[in-house]
Design a protein around this ligand. Structure first.
Ligand SMILES: Nc1ncnc2c1ncn2[C@@H]1O[C@H](COP(=O)(O)OP(=O)(O)OP(=O)(O)O)[C@@H](O)[C@H]1O
Length: 260
């Protein structure tokens, strides 16, 4: 059964390294004083094993089951992207436990893995090969991406000749082609240009419908109300609330209007 389970999971980014201890102490003291004073954003700054770190995630425990559409919310630097990247397997940590059942696909960067010196078509084939697709599946991926991206003759030209928008068409078509059990999505992926937007949204819908689990980060609360069944609210790397989308979003909006 598709599932994401985190138990007391944590992830820290070291701020300074090397042997410059007095410099480290001075800088850390300044950072800590400032963080204590203002700190409306970011994770906690603490010492771990004598190294100054940003605790991007701390003591995170939850289980997401098949059928759930989960939105991650929180202030800038609360840990949303870090959490998404940890689930995607991009960041590793020895703190706590992270267990995933099901194949994960992340829509975090439409240009990821694209080689600008290869043609669009060659990039599609390379992508299919990197996913271990058979010849037959690879061919159908190529047809699907070609039809969706509508790049015409440019599909057989090097990607470095594409305009930014043409690159997005190819990247988006490619990134949204696999049909995973678990889909991870950053909010910017939902943006698109005028002509492309409607088709892009339809394609995302069908991808989301097919996935057993969706995890999405966004600052657009109306998007989360529309797409999510459950919300996890992060604050300075910790979980503040976790529950049904409507309840948590209402509480979040109320806290924002009260300034806390
Ligand atoms: N590559 C990195 N190296 C060091 N620190 C990082 C790195 N990425 C993020 N951080 C720190 O980790 C904390 C969490 O950042 P993260 O990007 O996960 O937040 P976020 O909730 O996605 O923020 P936003 O809403 O602004 O995108 C922040 O304090 C940030 O400074």
């Amino acid at each position: 059964m598709t599932q994401i389970r985190l138990t007391r999971f944590g992830l820290s980014y070291p701020i300074y390294s090397g042997n410059a201890r007095s410099l480290k102490k001075t800088l850390f003291r300044n950072v800590r004083q400032n963080i204590k004073k203002i700190s409306p954003v970011g994770g906690e700054v603490v010492m771990e094993n004598n190294v100054a770190v940003v605790r991007a995630l701390h003591e995170i425990t939850f289980t997401i089951h098949a059928g759930e559409r989960v939105g991650l919310i929180g202030h800038n630097g609360a840990g949303k992207s870090t959490l998404l990247r940890a689930i995607a397997g991009i960041f590793e940590s020895s703190q706590g436990d992270l267990h995933i059942q099901g194949d994960v696909h992340s829509l975090l960067d439409a240009g990821a893995g694209m080689n600008p010196d290869l043609t669009g078509r060659e990039n599609i084939r390379l992508y299919a090969a990197s996913l271990g697709y058979s010849r037959q599946v690879s061919q159908s991926l190529e047809q699907d991406v070609e039809a969706f991206a509508e790049l015409g003759a440019f599909l057989d030209m090097p990607v470095r000749l594409y305009s930014a928008g043409m690159g997005v068409r190819l990247g988006f078509a490619l990134a949204t082609a696999p049909r995973p059990d678990i889909l991870l999505m950053d909010e910017w992926f939902m943006a698109g240009d005028q002509g492309f937007h409607e088709r892009a949204e339809q394609r995302l819908h069908s991808l989301v419908d097919h996935a057993d689990i969706l995890v999405l980060t966004s600052h657009e609360l109306h998007v989360l109300r529309k797409w999510c069944t459950r919300i996890i609210w992060l604050e300075h790397g910790r979980m503040r609330m976790d529950g049904p989308a409507k309840d948590i979003l209402d509480a979040y909006e109320a806290a924002a209007s009260n300034g806390n």
